[in-house]
Ligand binder design. Sequence first.
Ligand SMILES: Nc1ncnc2c1ncn2[C@@H]1O[C@H](COP(=O)(O)OP(=O)(O)OP(=O)(O)O)[C@@H](O)[C@H]1O
Ligand SMILES: [Mg+2]
Length: 253
Amino acid sequence: MSTHLTPLQAIDVVKHFRQGNTSVAALRGIQLTISAGEFVAIMGASGSGKSTLLHALAGLTDIDSGQVLVDGQDLAKLSDTRLTHFRGRRIGLVFQAFNLIPSLSAEDNVRLPATQTADLDQRVDQLLERLGMNSRRSHKPGALSGGEQQRIAIARSLICEPAIVLADEPTGSLDSVTGQQICELLHELSSRDGRTIAMVTHEPHVAMWADRVVVLKDGRVIGEFRPSGRHDAQEVAAGYQATVRSAREPVAC
Ligand SMILES: Nc1ncnc2c1ncn2[C@@H]1O[C@H](COP(=O)(O)OP(=O)(O)OP(=O)(O)O)[C@@H](O)[C@H]1O
Ligand SMILES: [Mg+2]
């Protein structure tokens, strides 16, 4: 893992979605730097630009202006093929809808993004063991619970040993107990493995696992705070509300 470079940096990132004559400003000049090994939660109301930002950080969406740097590499400077290769090696992606292939076993879903190497079987075994999914490895996704499917999706995101994990509402379709297990796992991936994690959520009891909470509103970062580390959802809810309240409306000019 490269720890000497800043893993994730958004510099003045602007993104509009155009449909016919209308244009929606999803990101209006995002500045965000995430350090190596940091676990950052991105919070904000629905439509504030959280998913668009995560997609921009992954190079899954083109931006209009600004820069996204991953390990110092400007994603816009890579051809599509090189970007896909770069993303595959550096970034693990986890989504709310687990996006598993229904016809493949849990184990084969984990294996899917990896190229066949001598140590692949061992890595699959280790991940399934670590995520408590060894006994379910031959099941297809339809025979797994939501939490189990998300653990398989996380194992799949880690199979290429990315230094960075980007997760969009990873607990969004899970009950609170299962969601908490996924949060503990993500927390461990940063605190124990030193991976850099950016996780989108609108739930304080999910964001409380992060080292830092960044708050978006209308496509802008309006503030941030650090939870105390006691994993206290009420404290995070209060921090979020205080950040939203203290944000000044931009002066029209
Ligand atoms: N593919 C798209 N085409 C047109 N507009 C889009 C598209 N994707 C997002 N938008 C718009 O961009 C803005 C930001 O959307 P985004 O999905 O990033 O919000 P979000 O914070 O992730 O919301 P949620 O919490 O509901 O997931 C919204 O106004 C949304 O309608
Ligand atoms: Mg979203």
